[in-house]
Ligand binder design. Structure first.
Ligand code: NAD
Length: 305
């Protein structure tokens, strides 16, 4: 890290729901953070947080010991690497990219090789924990890439998360994250089915959830999203659109590896159904409304979709 800086310079790219909280936590952790987003308003709202606004990507990378990206999908990360103002054209001083977005493991390996040829190391470090984990700096971070690069990045990652695991070579972090998403999606589907059946049988769903949380059916999804599903509160949380993106990455990876995933395929169709009924910006708990419709119930919130 740079002499003169308390901890060093981080260039942060992507100030969305997650990135803005993570960048802010790096300032709190003592880093000098320059940040860029293609949407100027996303940078402007960070004034007063200690983050230094940048109007170009090159401005962020110039003095960066580490560049962190937190972007929607594979093409956005590829643009930051290969684009006209990107990392290959303007290598960061510290020659290290930590991509914390959820993107394709296969594309990650290709980008990592291209960067390596230019003397830049790349780690894939996707996260679990959502906006609350991002805000509280309690994210779980799964890292793929070289051990040396991991050890360099670890203090920066510790500014954003509490569970940090190096899980293998380039792409391994993304693979573990996709397995995480596969489990979350199918688990949520199982909860939807239990709630639909319990409701049809006239059981008190709040009591049923409490009972299930005390036994072997308990899960993070049941604890965190169960109440919102029962109450018909669809708005907040991890968006249906983002989960669909992750499930697409899971199925692309499975096809690449010739691994059949029938459970993931089925739940993906149900997420597509949710999006087709206008739920794309709602939280994952809105998957229950697919079951509302299938069982002839009016959707919750009184809004018939
Ligand atoms: P978001 O859409 O809210 O934010 C992404 C930001 O990237 C936007 O501000 C966008 O303007 C910016 N951007 C896009 N292309 C850019 C480019 N070329 N250069 C600079 N900025 C660019 O997304 P998010 O919810 O913050 O999620 C980011 C990533 O984290 C995704 O891959 C997502 O799957 C993953 N993730 C999200 C959550 C969640 O709960 N939201 C949880 C875990 C992981």
């Amino acid at each position: 890290m740079s002499a003169g800086d308390k901890k060093g310079n981080v260039g942060f790219v992507g100030l969305g729901v997650m990135g803005r909280e993570m960048a802010r936590n790096l300032v709190v952790a003592g880093y000098t953070v320059r940040a860029f987003d293609v949407v100027p308003a996303a940078v402007e709202v960070m004034s007063g947080t200690g983050i230094i606004p940048a109007s170009t990507l090159a401005e962020v990378t110039a003095d960066a010991d580490i560049v962190v990206t937190m972007l929607p999908d594979t093409p956005h990360v590829a643009e930051v690497v290969r684009g006209a103002g990107g990392l290959l054209a303007f290598p960061p001083k510290g020659r290290l990219l930590v991509d914390m977005s959820t993107i394709s493991p296969e594309a990650t390996r290709v980008l990592s090789q291209e960067l390596a040829q230019a003397g830049i190391a790349m780690l894939d470090a996707p996260v679990s924990g959502g906006p609350i984990g991002a805000k509280d700096a309690t994210l779980s971070i799964m890292v793929g890439g070289d051990e040396d690069a991991f050890l360099r990045a670890k203090p920066v990652l510790e500014g954003m998360g509490t569970t940090i695991n190096h899980v293998g070579v380039s792409g391994a972090g993304q693979t573990v994250k996709l397995c995480n998403q596969l489990i979350c999606g199918i688990n949520l589907q199982a909860i939807c089915e239990a709630l639909a059946l319990g409701r049809a049988c006239g059981v008190d769903l709040n009591q049923m959830r409490e009972v299930l949380m005390g036994g072997s059916a308990n899960s993070w999804m049941l604890e965190k999203l169960g109440s919102a599903m029962i109450d018909g509160d669809a708005a907040a949380g991890f968006r249906i659109d983002l989960m669909l993106k992750d499930l697409r990455l899971v199925l692309e990876t499975a096809q690449h590896q010739s691994v059949p995933l029938p459970g993931t395929s089925l739940v993906t169709s149900q997420y597509i159904d949710a999006r087709a009924h206008g739920e794309g910006s709602n939280g994952n708990q809105a998957l229950f409304r697919v079951y509302d419709r299938m069982s002839g119930q009016r959707v919750q919130d009184g809004a018939s979709r």
